[in-house]
Structure formats: C-alpha cells, structure tokens
Ligand binder design. Structure first.
Ligand SMILES: [Zn+2]
Ligand SMILES: [Zn+2]
Length: 139
C-alpha cells in the first residue's frame, strides 16, 4: 500500500498478532479495522473513542486500502486527537506522533504504544549497507 500522506511505500511491522503498516518516509501508521479494535480494547472500543469532527479544514485523505475518501474523526475523550478514518473499510490513519497522543490521552499504557515508540521514535538503527548511496549517484 501507499502512504495516503506522501505516497511512499508502507512497510509491514508485526507485533504479537497485530500487523501494522508504517510509512517508511513520514512515519505515519495505518491500522486495519481489526487492528483498531485491538488497540482500543482497553479504552472501551472504538465507539467510545471516536467522535465526529466538524468544521475541520484539513484536506481529506484517500484510504490506502480502498481509495475511499477518509473522514476526520476525533479520537479520545479529553483533548482529542484529529485522525483519519475510512468510512468504507473502517481503517485508521495516524500521522507520526498521533498514536502516542492517542494512547496517552486514552490513558492507556499499552505495550503496543511502547513497541511503536521504540520502533519509530528516537534513533533508527536501520543499517542500509549502502555506504555512498546518498552522496554520489552512480556514474
Ligand atoms: Zn508517508
Ligand atoms: Zn478504506
């Protein structure tokens, strides 16, 4: 799938039985319908934490899964975070950093959040092996 934000490829990461798609470029995260349920389980399920967002000026994104236009939703009860939800396939898109905000505000000290912040936050220890790849285009 392609990132709805920047069109880079989404890479799949696995955590327990949950597969998440992460943008290799902008750090956004895609959650399938079932994955949202896993994440929101401890917070009372998705109905408890998603609310309609009106008067939002941000452009609507295209769902990377089914290409529908995604709706803006507020996620969380206090100080909600503005997220993108697909009305067609129930997927969820979070920009980089939004997951942490959501989980923090949902009051969840979730191992998934810890895992994700370790994976995407701070230093990346991803070795490419291409020593000169970024400085000199092949002659
Ligand atoms: Zn992206
Ligand atoms: Zn969709």
């Amino acid at each position: 799938m392609k990132c709805p934000r920047c069109s880079a490829d989404l890479i799949v990461i696995e955590y327990n039985d949950v597969e998440l798609d992460c943008c290799s470029s902008c750090g956004g995260l895609w959650f399938d319908s079932g994955e949202i349920d896993v994440l929101t389980e401890k917070s009372g399920g998705r109905r408890a934490i998603f609310r309609p967002a009106t008067n939002v000026r941000e452009p609507r994104l295209r769902c990377p899964m089914c290409r529908s236009r995604m709706d803006k939703r507020y996620m969380g009860v206090e100080n909600p975070v503005l997220v993108d939800v697909c009305p067609s396939c129930d997927g969820l898109w979070l920009d980089r950093g939004e997951l942490e905000q959501v989980l923090e505000r949902a009051g969840a000290t979730d191992p998934i959040a810890n895992h994700l912040s370790k994976t995407f936050g701070g230093s990346r220890t991803h070795e490419t092996g291409h020593e000169n790849a970024d400085s000199s285009p092949s002659a």
